[in-house]
Ligand binder design. Structure first.
Ligand SMILES: O=C(O)CCC(=O)C(=O)O
Ligand SMILES: [Fe+2]
Length: 757
């Protein structure tokens, strides 16, 4: 049985006969007077002699690509006669022609075309225009009219492409040909084989204000029933969850600007008009939006074995999944909604024309990736109408646009009552966390959510609203609002919330700008904003202190994790990366007057001995950078002196003898193999070992050596059973030692200049 949405698409496909392009009945030469300044009236059919003269007036035609206008004879090769020189007298016939065109192209009643002469073109032998779309230069422009004057010529066909189909229109020898098409249709002029082809092109502007065309009552009933059935049936046979949306993809292309209820093209206009009436009947909201569709297909690279598949390099098999997202739409009143994120599953989408009949915007082939075999991703952009039950309006819109939800709740709280708003806010529960986490504007959202929480005054709802955020979003701009929050709900409540914001394991899953480390470096600014707040002063101070204490727990874990890296190089990089956060944390602690955190910092770092020296050094350098000139505060001084001691000890140690090949294996695994490895490495004279080992054991040792980036090569000699692992220490051991010594010396020197050594 067909799914309700398929029933809906099939009902709609019968709604309109509108074409995307059409050729009208040809006109007699005498019906059109074309005058060209300098040439006089053209005699129709245009003679070869006159065509040659026209050519003399022409310039190489230009074409638009994005913002530019270009001349490129490999794309468009034709002569353009300056339009100022041309005047066309239709002798009263134009209105009538435009009316037929409007009817064929399915303009709704109450609207019509107005034509503006755009250009006069002349194609001589070999000239052409590659496939392109006409840019909708004007808001009102929706279509193009090509008038081909009668001439003796072959070739030069005007070819229209729409929904995977090609329509070929030929000029006539003794009559005037008229072809109209919607501006989103790709079209081309094939090379002229002989003679001349002369055309006039017109931009067609949509005029008037179409009323909603009435679909037949029976059709509307059918559509409304399909819509209702769609929302009643489970999404898939195996689940009980029901669809939230129903989208119908349109056939024509639109820009954001051009997509309005009044300016739908051809068959879209009839389908959408019927859907609007059906949606109303089914008590659904309906919006008009631009969708982005990503389809993932199971595919393999075509080796040409299965016959010629012109232009296609891939053999496409099954659709694995389709995702559709809508971030811009216009509601039934025509108001725009931007920056939203409505996500639909493929069982919420239908269309008359499937995506596979359309040209994808882009596609990307991926070889075997593990989860699937080889896949081909295809992206499409299509206009769509989307419906949802009016009763679910708040939840649907809130999910797509969390900022709107907060604003809406705020206004309910202000205009009616906070209790009603809090009640409504509970509807957010099932999806709020997901909506917040996918939002691109989390910082602003956090501010709004805090404000709203205070207004609603309901601790449970506040928790629901605020929990999905992360500490990385909290900035100075939130200071006063945070103070109010604590005032309203108390500090125990707040500290629980902050625990969630930090995450239970301080796992920082953000990348780039949003990393925990980066946030920690902003801690002094955040604390100073909190300390500077003129509102809820006591609460703000409490918050600042608490954040400092909690941040140290977080940073201590990051330091621990960084120090555990087996490779000296990676360990150094990671620890150096934590220097700025460490400096920031100490500065923040000093600013809020916290004594305990600096004490813990010093103890923690000393516990690691020289392991965290790189972190401390970077912290000191950072402190100098942000606060040059002042005396060292005690915690910095204690750390600097401890590090100076370690460095001094390393520098004082005797230089490695040329005969000393001992290498220290960082602690980690202590299995019997690693114990043996450790003793081989520690041996000062043993440079090489041949070790017959089974595959798993060899791999374990590879992992250990590579993980620690030791100056030791490991090669498997594949003969005998088991194979033999050959380990050999390399000269790099000495260069690494020397580099480290030089660096220690330089660091020590720098600490001296700071009065710490
Ligand atoms: O000359 C024609 O038939 C069409 C020319 C065209 O496509 C254009 O000017 O955009
Ligand atoms: Fe064109």
């Amino acid at each position: 049985m067909a799914a309700p949405r398929e029933v809906l698409a099939s009902l709609l496909s019968k709604q309109s006969e509108a074409a995307a392009s059409v050729q009208l009945t040809a006109m007699q030469p005498a019906e059109l007077r074309v005058e060209v300044a300098g040439l006089g009236r053209l005699k129709l059919p245009v003679s070869t002699a006159q065509a040659k003269k026209l050519r003399g007036l022409g310039q190489p035609a230009r074409f638009g690509r994005r913002e530019e206008t270009l001349t490129d004879p490999s794309v468009r090769d034709t002569w353009q006669v300056p339009v100022e020189l041309v005047s066309v007298d239709w002798q009263g016939a134009l209105e009538h022609k435009l009316a037929s065109l409007g009817a064929e192209l399915g303009l709704p009643r109450g609207s019509w075309f107005r034509a503006e002469l755009h250009s006069m073109l002349l194609y001589e032998e070999g000239q052409f225009f590659l496939p392109h779309q006409d840019s909708e230069k004007d808001d009102a422009m929706v279509a193009t009219l090509v008038v081909t004057l009668p001439t003796e010529h072959t070739g030069g066909e005007l070819v229209l492409h729409h929904l995977g189909e090609e329509t070929v229109y030929r000029g006539l020898r003794d009559r005037i040909s008229l072809v109209g098409f919607y501006a989103d249709c790709r079209h081309e002029v094939r090379p002229v084989q002989s003679g001349y082809r002369v055309t006039l092109t017109y931009n067609l502007m949509l005029q008037g204000n179409p009323g909603l065309r009435q679909a037949e009552a029976q059709v509307i009933d059918g559509l409304a029933a399909a819509i209702t059935a769609h929302f009643d049936e489970p999404l898939r046979p195996t689940t009980s969850s029901r669809p939230e949306h129903l989208a119908f993809l349109l056939d024509h292309e639109y820009s954001e600007h051009g997509l309005t209820w009044q300016k739908l093209k051809g068959s879209d206009a009839a389908a959408v008009a019927a859907l609007r009436q059906a949606a109303e009947k089914a008590e659904c909201d309906i919006v008009l939006g631009l969708s982005e569709i990503k389809e993932t297909w199971d595919a393999w690279e075509d080796d040409g074995y299965y016959g010629e598949t012109e232009g296609d390099e891939y053999q496409v098999n099954d659709l694995i999944e389709a995702e559709i997202g809508i971030s811009w739409w216009r509601d039934a009143q025509g108001r725009e909604v931007t920056g939203a994120g409505l996500y639909l599953s493929d069982s919420e989408v239908c269309a008359i024309t499937p995506n596979s009949s359309m040209e994808p915007e882009s596609s990307e082939y991926e070889g075997y990736m593990g989860n699937y075999g080889n896949t081909l991703d295809r992206w499409y952009r299509r206009a769509a109408v989307v419906m949802w039950p009016a009763a679910r309006r708040f939840a649907i819109r809130a999910q797509a646009d969390p900022a709107w939800a907060l604003e809406e709740l705020h206004s309910i709280a202000r205009h009616s009552d906070p209790v009603a708003a809090a009640q409504q806010a509970r509807e957010l529960e099932p999806f709020w966390a997901g909506a917040v986490r996918t939002s691109a504007k989390q910082r602003q959202l956090l501010g709004d959510a805090i404000e709203l929480s205070v207004v609603l005054g309901d601790a449970e709802v506040a928790r629901l609203l605020l929990e999905p955020f992360r500490i990385e979003r909290v900035r100075g701009e939130h200071a006063a609002a945070l103070g109010r929050l604590v005032k309203e709900f108390g500090s125990a409540w707040f500290q629980d919330l902050v625990e969630d914001w930090f995450g239970s394991d301080d796992y920082t899953f953000y990348l780039g700008e949003d990393r925990r480390e980066n946030w920690l470096t902003e801690l002094p600014e955040l604390c100073s904003a909190l300390l500077g707040s003129t509102e809820a002063r006591r609460e703000c101070r409490l918050i600042a202190r608490h954040l400092v204490v909690r941040s140290w727990t977080s940073l201590a874990r990051l330091i621990e994790r960084a120090a555990a890296h087996q490779s000296l190089r990676i360990r150094r990089e990671a620890l150096t990366g934590l220097g700025d956060p460490l400096s920031a944390l100490l500065r923040a602690a000093l600013a809020v007057g916290d004594k305990r955190v600096p004490k813990h910092v010093v103890e923690h770092c000393l516990k690691y001995e020289d392991l965290v020296a790189d972190c401390v050094l970077q912290a000191l350098r950072n402190a100098v950078e942000v606060d040059a000139g002042s005396d060292w505060e005690p915690p910095f001084l204690a750390l600097g002196r401890a590090v100076a001691g370690h460095l001094q000890a390393r520098v004082d140690a005797p230089i490695r003898a040329k005969t000393d090949w001992s290498i220290e294996l960082p602690s980690g695994c202590a299995c019997p193999l690693c114990v043996e490895l450790k003793s081989f490495l520690a041996d000062a004279s043993d440079k090489r070992r041949e070790w017959p080992l089974a595959k798993r054991d060899r791999q374990h040792l590879h992992g250990r050596i590579d993980g620690a980036e030791l100056p030791v090569t490991h090669v498997t000699v594949r003969s005998g059973r088991p194979y033999t692992l050959v380990l050999a220490k390399t000269d790099q051991l000495f260069t690494l030692d020397e580099q480290r010594r030089q660096r220690d010396q330089a660091d020590l020197e720098w600490l001296r200049t700071q009065g710490m050594a």
